[in-house]
Design a binder for this molecule. Structure first.
Ligand SMILES: Nc1ncnc2c1ncn2[C@@H]1O[C@H](COP(=O)(O)OP(=O)(O)O)[C@@H](O)[C@H]1O
Ligand SMILES: [Mg+2]
Length: 303
């Protein structure tokens, strides 16, 4: 097959691994820097070109869209979808995963456990909101943050109010702000389940190394291999499905009331391969082989 990996970083570990596995399995593979693609939007003739080559000749694309380039990246993926090119992740599923509020709404609607969350633009009834969450401390997060940036732990009501006011001030209507119950039992740790199709193919526990409550590897967190319960596996797969994603990094916390989903990532990192020894890239290429022959499935999430 002719496979294109849409990635702006040909040197990224994930990109290199996907390329390597695709080649190993006998495919012709090209890394396409989507930031250098251009889309020509014409009546009945939408095309996407990269270095003069029309991308519709590919049998499958594997988008690895960076969060800072979601709009452009998903526009390129969308245009290829409209041309009937098979993609492992649909543009709409990538977009929805980049918004934590939208994601949590979809997860909750599917009956998946999430930390109690409220969203508001109103600074006057903060006390009410905080009480609704069950008291202090609370987590405050930007709906479009990544890598642990934009996630704050507020220990007191006073702190929560100042953080919220500062966030509201600097965020006209750009991004929503979520207030979330602090899952204390799990502070400083979370679990990443890597879902491909209907299976969890690798899982790791992440632990912050200092006393940070955030366990992101980008924040210096450390990953160790962890075995998931059947219930956790089921919820991880269900979460990916709720988002319309075939490939997903599902982040969950083990809480006193069971697994709670924090977020679902559409371009999860492959560092998990080094932690678990699992061949994540190979599993993705295998998934492409099994699914690219069919057309893109219609997105049924509906939001
Ligand atoms: N409600 C919460 N309770 C306790 N810890 C949390 C909570 N929400 C997030 N965290 C911690 O902060 C980290 C980053 O939060 P997350 O929502 O995943 O944002 P990001 O997209 O920036 O990774 C999580 O991996 C987790 O360790
Ligand atoms: Mg996260």
């Amino acid at each position: 097959m002719k496979i294109a990996i849409l990635s702006n970083g040909p040197g990224n570990y994930s990109t290199k691994r996907l390329k390597e596995e695709a080649k190993l399995r006998g495919h012709e593979v090209t890394v396409v820097k989507y930031k250098e693609c251009y889309a020509s939007i014409e009546q009945n003739n939408p095309t996407v070109s990269y270095q003069g080559v029309d991308l519709s000749k590919f049998d499958a694309i594997i988008p690895r869209i960076a969060s800072y380039m979601t709009k452009y990246g998903t526009a390129i993926v969308r245009q290829l979808e409209m041309q009937g090119v098979y993609t492992t992740s649909s543009s709409i599923a990538i977009s929805r995963s980049r918004d934590k509020l939208r994601s949590l709404q979809l997860l909750a609607k599917s009956g998946i456990g999430i930390p109690k969350t409220v969203v508001s633009r109103n600074t006057t009834d903060i006390d009410d909101l905080l009480n609704h969450l069950g008291g202090m401390p609370v987590i405050i997060k930007l709906a479009r943050g990544t890598h642990g940036n934009g996630v704050v732990l507020a220990e007191t009501k006073k702190a929560a109010k100042s953080v919220l006011q500062a966030f509201y001030l600097t965020n006209d209507d750009g991004t929503n702000i979520l207030l979330q119950e602090f899952i204390e039992e799990s502070a400083g740790t979370d679990i990443r389940a890597f879902v491909v199709g209907s299976r969890v193919i690798a899982s790791m526990k992440r632990q912050s190394l200092d006393d940070d409550f955030r366990s992101n590897l980008h924040k210096g967190g450390e990953g160790t291999i962890v075995k998931l319960t059947d219930e956790e596996k089921k919820i991880a797969v269900k979460s990916a499905k709720a988002m319309g994603l075939n490939i997903a990094g599902v982040d969950l916390m083990r809480s006193a009331r069971g697994p709670l989903i924090l977020e679902v990532n559409a371009s999860p990192g492959f560092g998990i391969e080094k932690v678990t020894g699992r061949n994540v890239a190979g599993a993705i290429i295998e998934y492409v082989e099994q699914n690219a022959k069919r057309r893109n499935k219609k997105d049924k999430v509906g939001a």
